[in-house]
Design a protein around this ligand. Sequence first.
Ligand code: CAP
Ligand code: MG
Ligand code: MG
Ligand code: MG
Length: 488
Amino acid sequence: MQKEYLFLGDESVHNDRYLLAVYRAIPQDGIALDDLATEIAAEASTGSNLKVGSATNYSLELNARVYKVDEKNHLIWIAFPWEIFDSDGNVQNILTFIVGNIMGVGESKGCRLLDVYFPPSMLVHYDGPRTTIDDMRNYLEVFDSPILGTIIKPKIGLTPNEYAELCYDFWVGGGMFVKNDEPQANQHFSPFTHMVDAVRMAMDRAEDKTGRTKVHSFNISAVDFDTMIRRAEYVVSKMKPGSYAFLVDGITAGWTAIQTIRRRYPDVFLHFHRAGHGAITREENPFGMTVPVLTMFGRLAGASGMHTGTAGVGKMAGTPDIDMMAAKQALNVRAEGQFFTQIWSKIPHADSDLQKMIKDEETKAAMNLRSFVKSQADVTHLDTMEHDWRVVRKMAPIISGGLNPVLLPEFIEVMGTIDFIVTMGGGVHSHPMGTQSGTTAVVQSYEAWKQGVSLEEYAKDHEELKVAVDFYNAHGTQAHRIKGHEGV
Ligand code: CAP
Ligand code: MG
Ligand code: MG
Ligand code: MG
């Protein structure tokens, strides 16, 4: 037991000076939970496994504080003085503290971060998103629909021209947003610069043909930051402003890669792909952190969009509750976590403007979604400038993983909002009539939802959807029928 870290019942932890965290901590046999809790608090802040004589009055003030323990449910609450974190707005440093060494502490056989709370005075020091989905909507002139996207498949192995042809087919089929897949980089069969050149030509052709602007998200994850930035610069030199996003594999390339691109390209949509997150977030894993917590750090770091899961409807593990909680943490000013209510603002919660913003948000969320969508149909511009600088901007949920045209309406019902990007890879390129028709089937599926018509009904005079309904009902991911789940 390291008593200098035990502050049960300490109410001062709610005084805006502390990042609050709740862990599920399972002690090894014979170890009491509060013992383990103080070991974790020590290792995650100022201490080690032994009390040192070199502590000073000031360093003792920086001790993390165990302020609540729930033996029955193996839960511990720890308050971290946020001044211990790197003062440059560095998310990587917070994670090194609060999900770093403590994941290896021998006294535990489980340590999983379930929720965090960032106080307003801490949020002031972190970037948060700058370019948002609203900027992408203004570029695409799409306001009454999710941003409909795809991932080019096969995941890897196409030449630049083959790749670009599929982009063209998708964009001409009515799609808006294409992303590189998460492992696409600078493979010898598809040199990055050749891929960019081919995409630009395909985009120009598709825009001429459709009269609509298009967006492509380029994966610039690379061996080092210089290479990342060289690739980013190539995209900037070849693509129109607004027509591209930068995709970074935030788990495998790392948080510093995310924040480097956020700071160097604030006006570019930053797409956080979370490949590898399952090793940290899956419910079966006794160690790590949850999807909502990972998502909160993505927003704190300033990603414009981040994958948040398909709520059990697609191919990846995930549940409606957890994935919707993550989507709310990404989108909302006020979001309920598992233990804390996070308010994404840099000002005191009592501020009347903020309270009004929260009330407006909750009023909109309570509106009938279809009538909200209809009200957006004649919107021509979203004025993001009205956004209050004192509030951390929203991060778009990017919904992907085993989705197909048949699953889209159900997913929108679960989400309860259209403010997201949805990307379907297999669910578009496997369509029996090919990519362009697969895309059109996605558009038709959304139209059916918007009109409140069943897919079967709408498919009667929409061939691409008809083929999709037959095909995906036979082959697609069987949606876990989610009934009665409230949306975002
Ligand atoms: C989806 C995907 C995405 C995953 C990521 C893939 O392709 O491109 O990377 O969705 O998972 O490679 O599997 P499909 P998550 O549409 O063909 O499934 O969004 O949960 O992070
Ligand atoms: Mg150490
Ligand atoms: Mg992928
Ligand atoms: Mg899923």
